[in-house]
Design a protein. Structure first.
Length: 227
């Protein structure tokens, strides 16, 4: 942003010397993965001012238009429809400027990935044991739409879908859901080093307080998995 130097020269310096020259160059996450983390955090927090730049950067870093489209769909369920719709407006302009046609986007009704029956059974048992008959509508949509449809859409690989979800949860301070989704992410192939780098990336894009609030939960999950 050209105006940064005229408002806060120090911010410009940190952006150049720390954000670009250090953070984005760290080897723990590939640039494509850093883009997924960053865009997910910005969509979840409805930060649309810089979103066009970071969506373009994501596309340049190898995130496909279809994957970006699928991230927006996924985050409608994890950060809410209004945030997703705000992201749609930004993506529409980005796609138009890059001449990205709709045939390159995620399919409306694709053939879904196979359902892991053991995981789904354990998930439903855990939810029913925790919440009982409370929120029956929420539980029904969670099963029928979120986990038996959205999570099985092939437009975003399970690991990238988990990366999107965990990033959104940390960025919005929703720590109560991190344990289950970080475990799912690691079951989907996220390594301990990569999990640490997700926190590092989000410290700059969601703020230190949110990351420090999430760090004890990450530690608990990683410690438990190393036993």
């Amino acid at each position: 942003m050209e105006s940064v130097d005229s408002v806060s020269p120090a911010l410009q310096r940190y952006g150049d010397e720390v954000l670009e020259d250090q953070l984005w160059q760290r080897p723990g996450l590939a640039p494509r993965e850093r883009s997924i983390v960053t865009v997910a955090a910005m969509i979840a927090r409805n930060q649309t001012v810089e979103l066009p730049y970071y969506m373009n950067r994501a596309l340049d870093n190898g995130v496909t238009p279809g994957e970006l489209s699928e991230m927006i769909t996924h985050l409608a369920f994890y950060s809410g429809w209004p945030d997703a719709m705000a992201a749609v407006e930004v993506a529409e302009e980005v796609f138009s400027a890059r001449h990205i046609s709709t045939d390159r986007l995620a399919e409306e009704r694709p053939e879904l990935l196979p359902l892991d029956q053991d995981f789904e059974s354990a998930r439903r048992t855990r939810i029913e044991g925790t919440y009982g008959t409370t929120g029956q509508g929420v539980q029904q949509f969670t099963t029928d739409v979120l986990f038996q449809e959205v999570w099985l859409r092939p437009g975003l690989a399970p690991r990238d879908r988990s990366l999107t979800t965990v990033s959104a949860l940390v960025a919005t301070g929703l720590t109560g859901q991190i344990t289950s989704h970080l475990n799912i992410a690691m079951d989907n192939g996220l390594t301990e080093e990569q999990a640490d780098e997700v926190l590092t990336q989000l410290a700059f894009y969601a703020g230190w307080p949110r990351v420090f609030s999430a760090m004890p939960i990450f530690k608990e999950v990683l410690d438990a998995r190393s036993l």
